[in-house]
Ligand binder design. Structure first.
Ligand code: C2O
Ligand code: CU
Ligand code: CU
Length: 476
C-alpha cells in the first residue's frame, strides 16, 4: 500500500491509459410521474455485474448502474424516491454494522432533514422498501448534487463498492441553457477477485484511494468538441478519499457554479481542486486547433494516499469537426452575492482530529468526540439565524468538511491550495463541502434556514466519517 507523499516528494507517477470509448453521460432515471412538478423514481440498491475497464466485477449499484443513474429535477419540484434495499445480508463489518443496512442521502439539497425527506438517521435492512419525498421549493437550484448511502459505519464501504449517483437540479432560462451540457461523475476503485477490494485499517486512517480512475464508470473516455465550441460540465467528486486537481491541457476552466448553485459570472481557473463530495460547474471553450487534449488530475498532496504524486489522465477531449464559434457568457446569475457577516451571528469552534485507536486502527473525532450511537458532538442551532463556524484541522491531512441541509459561504481559509482559497473566499459561492487544509482552518458563514430537525456534519473522506469524524446538528 502506498504511503503517500509527505514532504520533499520528487517523483511523479504518470498514469496515462490509452484513449477509451466515447464519453457517455450516466443514464437518467426515468420519471414515472405524469404530474407536472412531480418527479417520481424507483431506486434499488443491489449487487450487479458491471464492466470496469474490461473486467466484470460485482459492484453495489443503484438499479444495476455504476455510477448510479442521474436523478433530474427542477427547482420547485417534489421528488419522490421509491427506494428498495436489495443488498444481500452478508454479515457484520469491522465497524460492527450489518453490511446490508443502507439508506439514501441527497447531498446538497436544501430540504427537510426530518421524516421521510433527507433523514440520514433512518436506515433499513435487506429486503425493505422506503418512500422518500423531498420538497424542493426552497432549494436554490441550478446545481449538481450527489446521492449516496449514509449509515454510520457503512458509508465508506458502500460508496467505495459503487453506491453513488448524481442528482441534478436544473437551472432554466439562464445564460447557460444553450450550451451542450454533460455530467461527469469522478470515482476511483480497486478490484480484487471480481469485487471491490476490501478496506484495511490503514485505509480507514488514510481514506481509501483506488488504482483505477473513472469518469462515469469509464477509463479515459473521449469527449468530442468542435473547435470553438463551449460546453458545460457539471462535475462531482464521488470518490471516498481521492482529491482531483483538474486541469485541461491548453484550456482554461471557467467556473460558473459551485456546490450550492450558480455564480454571478464565470471565473477563469487553470486548475480546479475538487475533494470528495464537492461539485463544480465549469464552461470549457474548445481550442480552435483540432487535436486531443487531456483532462488530468495533477498531483495534490492531501497528506495521505498515492494521489500526492500521481498525474492521471481522466478523460480526453477530441477537438474535431467544423468549427462552432460560441461565446462565453459575461454574466451567469446576477443575483448571486457574497453575504456580510451579521453582527449577531453565533460563533462556534469545531476541531477535527485524528489519532491512534485500538488494534492498530485509527480514531477520528470532532471536538474530542468520536461519533457513535451513544455519543456525538452536537450543535444546537436556532432556525432563521446566521452562524460562523470556525473549523480547525489538528491533523496532518486535509479533511473536506461537509454539512447537510444548509449551504454556507466561505469567509476565510488558512493553508492549502491558493487557487482554491481565492475562488471560494472572494466569489459568491455556495458551499456544502470545503477542504480544511492539514493544520489549517476554515471559517464559514452558515445561514440556518427554513428547516428544523436533526442532521449531521462530517468529514467527507468517508472512512473518517465512519471512524467518528461526524457530529449531530440539532436545528430547532
Ligand atoms: Cu455526501 Cu453526509 O454526505
Ligand atoms: Cu451530505
Ligand atoms: Cu477526514
Amino acid at each position: 500500500m502506498g504511503g503517500g507523499c509527505m514532504m520533499g516528494c520528487t517523483s511523479t507517477t504518470v498514469i496515462d491509459p490509452p484513449r477509451g470509448a466515447a464519453f457517455a453521460d450516466p443514464p437518467t432515471l426515468p420519471n414515472l410521474s405524469m404530474t407536472p412538478g412531480v418527479v417520481e423514481v424507483n431506486l434499488e440498491a443491489k449487487i450487479a455485474p458491471v464492466n470496469v475497464n474490461g473486467t466484470t466485477a460485482n459492484l453495489q449499484t443503484y438499479n444495476g448502474f455504476f455510477p448510479g443513474p442521474t436523478i433530474k429535477v427542477k427547482k420547485g419540484d417534489i421528488l419522490k424516491v421509491h427506494f428498495k434495499n436489495s443488498l444481500p445480508y452478508t454479515g457484520v463489518n469491522d465497524m460492527g454494522m450489518p453490511r446490508d443496512m443502507t439508506n439514501l442521502h441527497t447531498h446538497g439539497l436544501h430540504v427537510s432533514p426530518a421524516g421521510n425527506a433527507d433523514n440520514v438517521l433512518v436506515h433499513f435492512p435487506s429486503g425493505e422498501t422506503f418512500d422518500y419525498e423531498y420538497d424542493l421549493s426552497l432549494h436554490r437550484g441550478g446545481n449538481l448534487n450527489f446521492y449516496h448511502p449514509h449509515v454510520h459505519g457503512n458509508v465508506a464501504e458502500q460508496v467505495w463498492a459503487g453506491q453513488a449517483g448524481a442528482l441534478e437540479v436544473a437551472d432554466e432560462g439562464t445564460a447557460l441553457s444553450g450550451y451542450e451540457t454533460h455530467i461527469l461523475v469522478l470515482k476511483d476503485i480497486t478490484l480484487s477477485g471480481g469485487a471491490p477490494e476490501a478496506h484495511t485499517s490503514a485505509d480507514f486512517m488514510n481514506g481509501k484511494e483506488g488504482d483505477t480512475m473513472l469518469v462515469n464508470g469509464q477509463v479515459n473516455p473521449v469527449l468530442a468538441m468542435r473547435p470553438g465550441q463551449v460546453q458545460r460540465w457539471k462535475i462531482v467528486n464521488a470518490s471516498n478519499a481521492r482529491f482531483y486537481k483538474l486541469s485541461l491541457g491548453s484550456h482554461s476552466l471557467r467556473v460558473v457554479g459551485t456546490d450550492g448553485g450558480l455564480l454571478d459570472k464565470p471565473y477563469t481557473q487553470s486548475t480546479v481542486l475538487l475533494s470528495p463530495g464537492e461539485r463544480v460547474d465549469v464552461l470549457v471553450k474548445a481550442s480552435s486547433t483540432k487535436g486531443y487534449y487531456k483532462l488530468q488530475a495533477l498531483p495534490y498532496n492531501r497528506g495521505a494516499g498515492d494521489s500526492a504524486n500521481q498525474q492521471i489522465t481522466l478523460m480526453t477531449v477530441n477537438v474535431t469537426g467544423s468549427s462552432l464559434s460560441q461565446n462565453l457568457p459575461a454574466m451567469v446569475d446576477p443575483s448571486a452575492t457574497r453575504l456580510n457577516v451579521p453582527a449577531n451571528a453565533v460563533t462556534r469552534q469545531i476541531t477535527l482530529s485524528m489519532g491512534m485507536g485500538m488494534m492498530g486502527g485509527g480514531s477520528a473525532s470532532i471536538n474530542g468526540i468520536a461519533f457513535s450511537d451513544t455519543e456525538a458532538y452536537t450543535i444546537v442551532s436556532g432556525r432563521e439565524t446566521y452562524e460562523v463556524w470556525e473549523i480547525y484541522n489538528h491533523s496532518m491531512m486535509d479533511h473536506p468538511f461537509h454539512q447537510h441541509v444548509n449551504p454556507a459561504q466561505v469567509i476565510s481559509i488558512s493553508g492549502g491550495d491558493s487557487a482554491y482559497k481565492s475562488l471560494y473566499t472572494t466569489t459568491p459561492a455556495w458551499k456544502d463541502t470545503v477542504i480544511v487544509p492539514a493544520m489549517g482552518s476554515v471559517k464559514l458563514l452558515v445561514p440556518v434556514k427554513d428547516y428544523g430537525g436533526t442532521t449531521v456534519f462530517h468529514c467527507h473522506i468517508l472512512e473518517h466519517e465512519d471512524m467518528g469524524m461526524m457530529g449531530l446538528w440539532d436545528i430547532q
